[in-house]
Design a binder for this molecule. Structure first.
Ligand SMILES: [Zn+2]
Length: 638
């Protein structure tokens, strides 16, 4: 069994791709080779039926896990074998469903496996409590006497680690019922903001354009309008709409926090934050470190804001100006072949083995490239077919962003490839905390490769500007969210009630601090204090901080790897590859160690400021380059 149990691909926010062509018109080389999983649908069906028949095997070990080392090993191996087979069966079905969301047959295939997966989870639910019931001394002697159990040590350690927070069977029953109810605020929030919230209709902009409905998706698009009066109007209208419901939305968010507090007490944690981070064994100090590093480095954010003000040519930067374009978008177009070539060149600092494996993946159809009719939107990589190979779903439109997505997903694919080939099944699965390091590191390498090749100042300015805003949005904005999330839990834990007004005050104070309102760096209208009510991630229990930590870790690693790769050793000496090798070891490590330790071994200690400082140094280097171009007189085309 995997450290985190059976993972089925998340079917979050599935919507259909735009700019689609018919699937039948796409050349085979741009489609993924599903036959590597099963040659035919009949073969898939046979395997699905076979794995469903194996589930009763699990029941045979019930009440016997503590009997002997050999018995425990047999039970773990059996559950792994079933999970592995089930994952492959599920993947085939979900890939079929994803390339055509309107294909009822494919949807039914997926549903049939979901049912089998549920049956398996129920049948195997006794594993953790029974393992916990084994006397620790006895469990140690099992591990010492049966070498076959060695690969399972991290999994067993992780279960035992949670002993102090594990409930009695009777409490467990009550907690399971509580969990079923705990999702209510999130469901209500989602229905309310997506279906019922009366968004402004037929909004006429000062410039004359009419927006039929100013909902969240329209806001995300129109807040970036180049005309300042227009976007001011969009901001004011949208936040007035949300502001009218801050009491309801505040009550909803308070309910989530109260849920967390109830579970914290039941599971005997000191704080909601400690409970949330304990799943991946991430120390609370990492979270505090991130928040404190961001505050120390607010002057770097302010430097960016002043640069933005200069480039936009405005007297006073305002919060409404943050999404407006500062540089005219430069058209860069890529074919899939050019995208692959650029990505392979970009990841060259990761060494010949990494590059060769990825090239082979590109050539052997790991990827489904094109947006086709009915295909789900977005992109993902999956490594859940342990002994086959990773797969990627893309919706490639030939822009720089699409190449960046390819590099990102290829980071995940190679992480899966390396963990799956180097780890036993039990520890092959990696956690989110390290996953986004692998993907954002490749984005980082791609950015530097494309920038280095680009000689045109306007194009360079565009690339630098986009990257810089990526830092603002990921490092600063996500950490602001993380700090808000931490503070609302602290307030509730201290007995202070959360209301629409108190949440708005807290949020506004944070935004004003981050964006330097008092010093006049960027003025924030009080009306926008209700922005918290539009962020769905606050319903995901301390999730967003990982966006920031991943970017911090990958900036720090990428910098060292790039510097090393740039060195030309004299006189036939072997090049130094210490940073690269340590990083590849992390990618090969799956969940054989806790994520924070995997990163530490790779040279990134997330409990210190060093990695954050590397990211800030990169941000400042980007601004140095932008200012040098601007000072040349190369006036940006706004
Ligand atoms: Zn990702």
């Amino acid at each position: 069994m995997k450290a985190s149990g059976l993972v089925l691909a998340a079917a979050l926010a599935v919507s259909v791709a735009s700019l689609a062509v018919e699937r039948s018109s796409v050349p085979e080389k741009y489609t993924w080779n599903q036959q590597d999983l099963y040659a035919t649908k009949a073969a898939w069906e046979a395997d699905r039926d076979a794995v469903a028949k194996r589930i009763p095997e699990i029941a045979a070990f019930k009440d016997h896990l503590g009997d002997s080392a050999q018995g425990l090993l047999k039970a773990l191996e059996t559950s792994d074998a079933i999970e592995k087979q089930l994952s492959r069966v599920y993947l085939y079905a979900s890939m079929s469903a994803d390339v055509n969301t309107k294909d009822a047959e494919a949807q039914a295939m997926r549903q049939s496996v979901e049912k089998t997966a549920n049956d398996y989870s129920t049948a195997a639910s006794y594993f953790e409590p029974e393992i916990l019931a084994i006397d620790p001394v006895k469990l140690d002697s099992f591990l010492a006497s049966e070498p076959g159990l060695k690969p399972y040590k991290p999994v067993l350690d992780n279960i035992v680690r949670m002993r102090a927070h594990t409930l009695s069977p009777a409490e467990e029953k009550v907690a399971a019922r509580m969990s079923a109810m705990a999702g209510a605020p999130s469901s209500i929030y989602s229905i309310f903001t997506n279906a019922d919230l009366p968004y402004a209709k037929d909004v006429k902009l000062p410039s004359g354009e009419v927006i039929p409905l100013l909902d969240a998706a329209a806001y995300a698009k129109y807040r970036a309008l180049p005309n300042r009066e227009d976007r001011d109007f969009v901001f004011k209208t949208f936040w007035t709409t949300y502001g009218a419901y801050k009491r309801t939305l505040g009550t909803s968010l308070y309910s989530v926090v109260k849920n967390h507090m109830a579970f914290k007490d039941v599971n005997k944690y000191d704080s909601c934050l400690a409970m949330a981070l304990d799943g991946n064994n991430v120390p609370v100090a990492v979270y505090h470190q991130l928040v404190s590093d961001v505050h120390t480095n607010l002057p770097t954010l302010h430097r960016y804001l002043k640069l933005r003000q200069r480039m936009m040519g405005v007297d006073q930067l305002r919060y409404e100006d943050l999404y407006a374009p500062i540089i005219k978008q430069v058209e860069m177009n890529y074919t899939p072949e050019q995208a692959m070539e650029t990505t392979l060149k970009a990841v060259a600092p990761l060494g010949p083995n990494y590059t060769a494996a990825l090239k082979k993946g590109f050539e052997s159809r790991w990827i489904d490239w094109m947006p086709t009719t009915g295909k789900r939107s977005g992109a993902y990589s999956t490594g859940s077919a342990y002994d086959v190979h990773p797969y990627q779903l893309l919706n490639f439109n030939g822009k720089y962003d699409d190449v960046s997505t390819l590099a990102h997903e290829s980071g995940h694919s190679m992480h899966s490839y390396l963990s799956n080939t180097n780890q036993p099944y039990a520890t092959a699965h990696y956690s989110i905390f390290v996953a986004e390091v692998a993907s954002t590191l490749n984005e980082n390498l791609l950015f530097h490769e494309v920038l280095d090749q680009q000689k045109d100042d306007s194009a360079r300015l565009y690339l630098l500007g986009e990257r810089l805003d990526g830092f603002r949005q990921t490092l600063f904005r996500q950490t602001l969210f993380a700090e808000f999330e931490m503070k609302i839990h602290e307030m509730a834990e201290a007995g202070q009630p959360l209301t629409g007004d108190s949440l708005t005050k807290l949020y506004l104070d944070l935004v004003k601090t981050y964006y330097g309102d008092a010093a006049g760096v960027c003025k924030v209208n009080d009306l926008y204090g209700t922005e918290w009510s539009y962020i769905p991630h606050f319903y995901r229990n301390f999730y967003v901080y990982q966006y920031a930590t991943s970017m911090v870790a990958s900036s720090s690693l990428a910098e060292r790897i790039r510097l090393e790769a740039a060195q030309k050793p004299a006189g036939g000496k072997k090049p130094v590859t210490t940073a690269r090798d340590a990083y590849l070891k992390m990618l090969s490590g799956g969940s054989s160690k806790y994520p924070i330790d995997l990163l530490k071994d790779a040279g990134v200690d997330m409990t210190t400021s060093a990695p954050f400082n590397a990211a800030i140094a990169e941000m400042n280097a980007i601004m140095d380059q932008m200012e040098a171009i601007l000072n040349k007189g190369g006036k940006p085309r706004a």
